[in-house]
Design a binder for this molecule. Sequence first.
Ligand code: A3P
Length: 309
Amino acid sequence: MEEMIETLPQHTCSWLKDKMTMYKYQDFWAIKRHLQGGIQAQQSFKAEPSDVFICSAPKTGTTWLKSLVFAIVTREKFDESTTPLLTKLAHECVPILEISQVKEHENNRKNSGFPLVATHFPYASLPKSVISSNCKIVYIYRNIKDVIVSNYHFRREAFKLPMEDAPFEEAFEEFYQGLSNFGPYWDHVLGYWKASLERPDSILLLKYEDLKRDPTSNLKRLADFIGYPFSVDEEKAGVVDNIIRFCSFENMSNLEVNKTGKPNGGTLENRLYYRKAKDGDWMNYFTDDMKEKIDKLTDEKFSGTGLVL
Ligand code: A3P
């Protein structure tokens, strides 16, 4: 497979001092490691109707959504003092399909009893069984300008580059050209959006900003959708509020595991998944020209959809 990937169109990110190369596969860009795992999953992953797929482009709130869905699904098994979210990064509680081996993933699902799977793959490139099984898919998306800033810091810090060595203008331009991990970002959102119109019973779209603005009704909607609705008694007992509070940025980012841990002993620090979580942080980085340019393109791409990023 590695040989096949090497034949694909390539792009090396100069703003990251050439430390990252992406490959274009089935109309999206991804790094080799993600492609290897994802293509393997396309070939052999067997989704089950009871699976819940958590899908997203990177830096749109994946870590948050994983924590929320994990907390919803496991609320009878764990409480706030026993949940694995206290000791593991959310990405370990809900492993990503393109990184964990297919077998490992299926065993994990069987052994843990939790039907959760995550992926950054675009809708059109999901393993076919994800569609044919009719399992539930929840998709989160976020304001594109905040995604660009979030992505900039995540990548820069992952490669240990100070800001002065990683020009934001270049990172912006690359993203604008569609050269983002699992991007172009617009296509990623549009793919899931179109699918959600065609299969509304199977695909739920959530917007990061909406989840922040009104966590209670969005959490209830999410729980209903994936088949784990809150009972009236649970609501009265404060279960919904507790999950929202436990999974909040303030709480999660202050857990020791998320301040100092590294997943599976890897090199990427868990804290990189918890930066600021502020809407509109892009204003601290964008020039007027950048804003105008990205807004214009986004308006064009989303024209007629009603989607606002
Ligand atoms: P910022 O870089 O803007 O702070 P992903 O999980 O898809 O990689 O997205 C990461 C973004 O989600 C980061 O945004 C991160 O701070 C934010 N985030 C992480 N946990 C969150 C939470 N519990 N609530 C809200 N935002 C969260």
